[in-house]
Design a protein around this ligand. Structure first.
Ligand code: F6P
Length: 319
């Protein structure tokens, strides 16, 4: 294999640049050319390509976002769009493609693999909702951003003896909320994987107050409920006032943590090795600190789910 492509797709995640860098540098060591595709699958359809050499990824390991830009392409969901993308890849001489992104991006990757373009996926999403890997690139950075925000909110919450509701990202997944809630000492964590029991939310608030807690912190994943809804429901049931902070896209940006950079470097390099060995249709991931690869089909059929004992632990320790 002489020429491979690389793209980032879907929501960006801190550490994507470290993964692109690893792909480019590893490929260049193996004497392969790398074509960077701009804006994910949209760029593949439009033929928006740029040659990447070792120098083009200099000074990027510590940068958030993605130097290749990213997009969620509607056109790539159509047969015509996918056919054009494939045609462009072939015309450009791409013999393999590395897709850095989340579940939606891997559906596209699997399609290209089935049409005969060798593809390897690298998991990158702050949601950390991809089965087959303990961690996706970007999760650790987003988690640290959320925890830092909780620390700051805790100061003002204590001073005013207030209830704070902090809404974190996670449309379909409570991974980020659970980890941020546990690390941030939240007394209640609301996630899409568990039904919301407002009686229990109120009971925990009252229990905290009885034992002299000066503040209450509730972390809610956007996919479970909006922070405002939670605040309104608490007010309706208790007449207690609360404040809501929505962390939003702040969680998607920022300097990637060392953990994310190391993960991205290991996964990026392994993805290149696999393509060079003629492997396709698989995702690289990390399980128990070892780099593994599993079929994309399995990834897409699976569900990550949350670890219930971690959820229980967070509940037990917070009060
Ligand atoms: O998938 C990552 C994610 O950040 C989700 O947590 C969030 O719901 C979604 O992307 C937001 O997407 P967009 O940036 O397109 O609004």
């Amino acid at each position: 294999m002489k020429t491979i492509g690389v793209l980032t797709s879907g929501g960006d995640a801190p550490g994507m640049n470290a993964a692109i860098r690893a792909v480019v540098r590893k490929a260049s060591k193996m004497e392969m050319e790398v074509i960077g595709v701009a804006r994910g699958y949209a760029g593949l359809i439009q033929g928006d390509f740029r040659r990447l050499d070792s120098g083009s990824v200099a000074d990027t390991i510590h940068r958030g976002g993605t130097i290749l830009l990213t997009a969620r392409s509607e056109e790539f969901r159509t047969e015509a769009g996918r056919a054009r993308a494939l045609e462009n890849a072939r015309r450009e001489g791409m013999e393999g493609l590395i897709v850095i992104g989340g579940g939606g991006s891997f559906r596209g990757a699997l399609h290209l693999h089935k049409k005969g373009l060798p593809v390897i996926g690298i998991p990158a999403t702050i949601d950390n909702d991809i089965p087959g890997t303990d961690y996706a690139i970007g999760f650790d950075t987003a988690l640290n951003t959320a925890v830092e925000a909780i620390n700051k909110i805790r100061d003002t919450a204590t001073s005013h003896e207030r209830i704070f509701i902090i809404e974190v990202m996670g449309r379909d997944s409570g991974q980020l909320a659970l980890a941020a809630g546990l690390a941030g000492g939240a007394e209640t964590i609301l996630i899409p994987e568990m039904p919301i029991d407002y009686d229990e939310v109120v009971r925990r608030l009252e229990q905290g107050r009885r034992r002299g807690k000066l503040h209450s912190i509730i972390v809610v994943a956007e996919g479970a409920a909006s922070g405002l809804e939670v605040g309104q429901e608490i007010a309706r049931r208790t007449k207690l006032e609360s404040r809501v902070t929505i962390l939003g896209h702040i969680q998607r940006g920022g300097i990637p943590t060392a953990f994310d950079r190391i993960l991205a470097s290991r996964l990026g390099a392994r993805a290149v090795e696999l393509l060079a060995q003629g492997v396709s249709g698989r995702m690289v991931g990390m399980q128990a600190n070892r780099i593994v690869d599993i079929p994309l089909e399995e990834v897409l059929q699976g569900e990550k789910g949350i670890e219930e004992e971690v959820y229980q632990l967070a509940n037990d320790l917070a009060l």
